[in-house]
Design a protein. Structure first.
Length: 103
């Protein structure tokens, strides 16, 4: 399903939406190596855009900020550490790997 917020104005427009759920499930079952272990259909979440806009407004006002758990340099050991932290999920905040610094 290409449109994350489908517009349903008639009962027959529900059929492709329901088919997209079925199609994703069958495809994921037949191709387990190339599909994620979880499935989420964002087509029915009506208030996601409003929440995102409210969050961006709060960020613009400085009331909400991203939390950085750790900043690492771009070398093989640090990148391995960043992946380890992401896999372990023991940190709180974002893991940042600095690729280049601004001059």
């Amino acid at each position: 399903m290409e449109d994350p917020w489908p517009k349903i104005q008639h009962v027959w427009q529900v059929v492709p939406l329901l088919f997209s759920f079925l199609k994703r499930g069958v495809y994921s079952y037949l191709h387990p190596a190339t599909c994620p272990t979880h499935a989420n259909h964002s087509g029915l979440k009506r208030d996601v855009q409003e929440r995102n806009e409210a969050l961006l407004q709060l960020m613009g006002e400085g009331k909400v900020a991203a939390v950085v758990a750790r900043e690492l340099k771009f070398d093989s050991e640090s990148v391995r550490e960043a992946f380890r932290m992401q896999k372990a999920r023991e940190h709180s905040g974002k893991v940042v790997v600095e690729v280049a610094s601004e001059a």
